[in-house]
Design a protein around this ligand. Structure first.
Ligand code: 9WN
Length: 508
């Protein structure tokens, strides 16, 4: 059922959902989150993703906060129970057995000394959205005051160091050459598994010997074409195998693994989240002093904001990922190109990206059912209407862009995305993603983060005070293929890459 929101003109006006639709949506979104609640954590979706996913949990927490601040904080607390000794927050926490594949027996994280005790996890991570969610929860709690405010402030005090450790992990183990771009080791770490962002890199991966596998995901979707292909899945599992062989040691993987990418969206989120962590530290009087968490967070924010801004292709106005094995920039018209909107730092670029995002190559494209951020520009040759991360719309991406626009003082643009996003969700399916041309719901139904986004959009908080961020650093090394080769050559052998055949350690 798609009842409202016919696009009537190219100015991206959409009909507002009616009061009845809003009431139904809020009720049904709350119901979905309640049904997906397993006590201390929320499954990403009831059947396709029956575990806790890292960046899903961030969005889920901010949605739940609109109805219960304590439960929202528990979601984040539960996620932190899976944090590794390195500071990494793993991308999946497996609280109980299920048919999800790849499960813990495939991840074999027992080879890693840094794994947590007491909970099984995967061995890679996902975008650092969590502190963005936490700052929003704190904002909500302060509005409510009383016990909610006390709980939230206490939670920030209690967990400040854990979030800092997470961000520091990304800033050190995942950016050892200080390029200002977070290095990812698997497409799953980008959150956009089979995005065309990674096509060129994946094309060079040769899948080696590994245990056989049977996919479980296809049984949970209406049509297999909505999911990655078997060849893509084999590549994902091969990279997983390489992480196991490296015993989840990032330096070993860097030297031996096939996929080492500087991810511009992860980097922008890290910059934004680090600023927010520093803000919370300052407000609550924690992490002080020249070498304290606030200063560390500001330095991380500066480095990654600079890294994101210098990745921008001046011709397209979009940020680019960097293939760290070859030192080449990857030009793809994916939503990750709007990373600079998320971290700010250049007002002219923010305005240029705002116009681009709302314009005819993106949300204003004439073929779109809803003027909502697509994962790939419909004008790009890489655009596929129905294929995972190659064109469909993810409500969480739309939320992120609306959040970023709001934060940059672009309230009108943010509100356009919010209203279009709400209109897209009035069918109350809360799908994982949406066919951008027909508006059809795709992937999983009752996806927790989609319901959470609906609740947050409905709560329509007053926009946060605009806080211009301009601080950059001039200290980053140059990135060119030649410089990259020199950097690699200058490093000790353990971090030198790419290597050819890794020596395989024995896996228990
Ligand atoms: C692999 C849970 C996750 C999201 C990702 C999305 C998808 C998993 C999968 O589902 O990835 O992590 O099995 O396809 O790509 O962004 O966090 O919702």
């Amino acid at each position: 059922m798609q009842t409202t929101g016919e696009r009537t003109d190219p100015q991206m006006t959409v009909a507002q959902p009616s009061a009845v639709e809003i009431g139904l949506m809020a009720g049904r979104a709350g119901y979905v989150l309640r049904a997906n609640d397993r006590g201390a954590f929320t499954v990403a979706s009831p059947t396709l993703y029956p575990h806790m996913w890292s960046w899903d949990a961030g969005f889920v927490a901010l949605g739940i906060a609109t109805v219960s601040v304590p439960r929202a904080l528990n979601e984040l607390r539960s996620l932190l129970s899976g944090q590794w000794a390195t500071g990494m927050i793993p991308h999946i926490l497996f609280h109980s057995p299920s048919d999800y594949f790849p499960g813990p027996e495939r991840w074999r994280t027992q080879v890693a000394a840094a794994r947590p005790a007491g909970v099984l996890t995967s061995g890679i991570c996902q975008p650092p959205i969590h502190v963005i969610a936490l700052s929003r929860i704190l904002h909500d709690a302060r509005r409510k005051g009383g016990a909610d405010q006390e709980l939230a402030e206490e939670f920030v005090r209690e967990t400040f160091d854990s979030w800092l450790a997470w961000h520091s992990y990304l800033a050190t183990a995942r950016d050892p050459y200080s390029y200002g771009l977070v290095e990812i080791h698997h497409g799953w770490e980008s959150g956009m598994d089979d995005s065309p962002r990674w096509d060129a890199a994946y094309a060079n991966v040769r899948v080696g010997d590994m245990p056989p596998f049977v996919r479980a995901d296809l049984a949970h979707v209406a049509d297999p074409s909505q999911r990655p292909t078997d060849a893509e899945y084999a590549t994902y599992l091969w990279l997983l195998e390489q992480k196991v062989h490296a015993r989840y040691d990032d330096a070993v993987y860097r030297a031996t693994g096939d996929f080492v990418m500087g991810d511009v969206l992860v980097s922008a989120l890290l910059a934004a989240a680090s600023d927010l962590l520093a803000d919370m530290g300052e407000e609550l009087g924690i992490g002080g002093g020249a070498s304290g968490g606030v200063e560390q967070s500001r330095a991380i924010a500066r480095r990654f904001r600079t890294g994101v801004l210098r990745s921008v292709n001046p011709e397209t106005g979009l940020a680019r990922d960097l293939d760290l094995r070859t030192g080449t920039w990857l030009d793809v018209e994916s939503a990750a190109g709007f990373a600079p909107l998320l971290c700010g730092g250049d007002d002219a670029l923010t305005r240029r990206q705002r116009d681009l995002l709302l314009g005819p190559r993106w949300c204003g494209h004439s073929r779109l059912r809803w003027p909502v951020v697509p994962s790939v520009s419909p004008a790009s040759p890489a655009f596929r209407e129905q294929t995972y991360w190659r064109g469909p719309q993810w409500p969480v991406l739309n939320w992120l862009m609306a959040w970023a626009l709001n934060r940059s003082g672009e309230q009108e643009a943010a509100n356009q995305l919010r209203l279009a996003g709400l209109s897209q969700l009035v069918d109350c399916d809360f799908a994982e993603y949406y066919q951008p041309v027909t508006g059809e719901t795709l992937g999983s139904r009752d996806q927790s983060w989609t319901a959470a986004i609906a609740l947050d959009f409905l709560a329509a908080r007053r926009p946060a005070q605009r806080r211009p961020v301009r601080w950059l650093t001039s200290e980053l090394p140059r990135i060119t293929p030649t410089q990259r080769a020199a950097d690699l050559a200058a490093r000790p052998p353990r971090t030198r890459g790419p290597a050819t055949t890794p020596e395989m350690p024995r896996i228990p």
